[in-house]
Design a protein around this ligand. Structure first.
Ligand code: SAM
Ligand code: SF4
Length: 323
């Protein structure tokens, strides 16, 4: 379906839980966020009902997110049910990867189309400092190696001042394995530091070209999102840049987000949206649910204001939104 500005909206991020087994410092406060009452989180049947209504409006690609989606019990069966909904074209997952080794076979069997694995550094001590946990980058790399070649796999690394030296080590994973490695500008939401993002686009490309001189932009579309991809003959995967702050891509935005409590958000930057949970639990019929989704999409703002910052009205942290 199209929003008021004519943008085609065909992609929904579905957060299934706000809890997480990590505490990444750009995502949530050290102490975590106050636990959401179990009853306030949408049940799987409710999520599927929203997905079904969304499909009938032309939203046919879903990204399952969290918190950490793999900590929610029954996630594999949920992904299977989502994939089986008539009209659903693609179901992908974003995860910190820690629970992937035990769930991967089930996820593949359930029909998962692709996975994004978050990894900001290959350095174990730095990983522990960023995620405020005792887990290691090696555990995540193990999951990446299990996925590579079995399903389309992307590594997402948020650019942080202290991980500037990780640009090349992380990019080497695209040479070693058939995975895309994407660097994401940190967005000033929730727990994210207010310091400026870095490094700048040109510096990043220059650093990468020092290692892969033939690195060139990929012209063909790749994936559902706004990443700009680069390829080189030596690389099995691509290197991507997602510059949500410095190069807003709002004019081509194709997505809406559903939080785990059922708030449908047309833009990451603003609190505004439509609460679907009262409809789901209040006996609303499918037509009413569709009308509510249509209304949220229709009200999608023209652009975010992450660069200017002062007009941001979203105060939830990323784990409560889903990224
Ligand atoms: N736990 C899963 C994971 O880490 O992939 C899914 C949820 S997480 C909120 C989704 C994505 O949002 C991750 O790739 C994470 O790095 C990213 N993210 C979290 N906080 C961010 C921020 N302030 N700016 C940019 N990306 C952020
Ligand atoms: Fe958890 Fe993902 Fe947030 Fe890290 S980015 S704290 S893994 S939800």
């Amino acid at each position: 379906m199209r929003d008021a500005l004519g943008r085609e909206i065909n992609y929904m991020r579905l957060s299934v839980i706000d809890r997480c087994n990590l505490r990444c410092r750009y995502c949530m406060p050290a102490e975590g966020v106050p636990a959401t009452a179990h009853a306030d989180i949408l049940r799987y049947e409710e999520l599927l009902r929203v997905a079904q209504a969304a499909v009938s409006l032309g939203i046919d690609r879903f990204k399952v997110t969290g918190g950490e989606p793999l900590v929610r019990r029954g996630i594999v069966d949920f992904i299977r049910s989502l994939k089986e909904l008539p009209g659903v074209r693609q179901v992908t997952l974003t995860t910190n990867g820690l629970l992937l080794p035990s769930l991967l076979d089930g996820l593949l069997d359930a029909g998962l189309d692709a996975v994004n694995i978050s990894l900001d550094t290959r350095d174990n001590a730095q990983y522990q400092a960023i995620t405020r946990s005792t887990h290691t980058a090696d555990e995540v790399l193990h999951a990446v190696r299990l996925c590579a070649g079995r399903l389309p796999t992307k590594i997402n690394a948020v650019l942080l001042p202290e991980t500037a030296a990780q640009l090349i080590p992380l990019s080497h994973l695209a040479e070693e394995l058939p995975v895309d490695v994407r660097f994401i500008e940190r967005m000033p939401l929730g727990a994210a530091d207010a310091s400026p993002n870095e490094p700048a686009h040109k510096e990043t490309i220059d650093l990468l070209r020092a290692v892969w001189p033939d690195l060139a932009p990929v012209q063909a579309p790749r994936g559902n999102g706004p990443a700009r991809y680069f390829a080189a003959p030596e690389l099995k995967g691509c290197i991507g840049l997602i510059q949500a702050v410095s190069h807003a891509f709002c004019a081509g935005c194709n997505r809406v987000r559903l939080t785990s409590t059922g708030h449908l958000k047309p833009c990451l930057c603003y609190e505004q949206g439509t609460d679907l949970r009262p409809l789901l639990r209040g006996g609303a019929d499918d037509a009413a649910l569709r009308a509510a989704i249509r209304q949220a999409v229709y009200q999608k703002p023209a652009a975010h204001c992450f660069a200017e910052r002062q007009d941001i009205t979203e105060h939830k942290s990323m784990n409560q939104i889903g990224g």
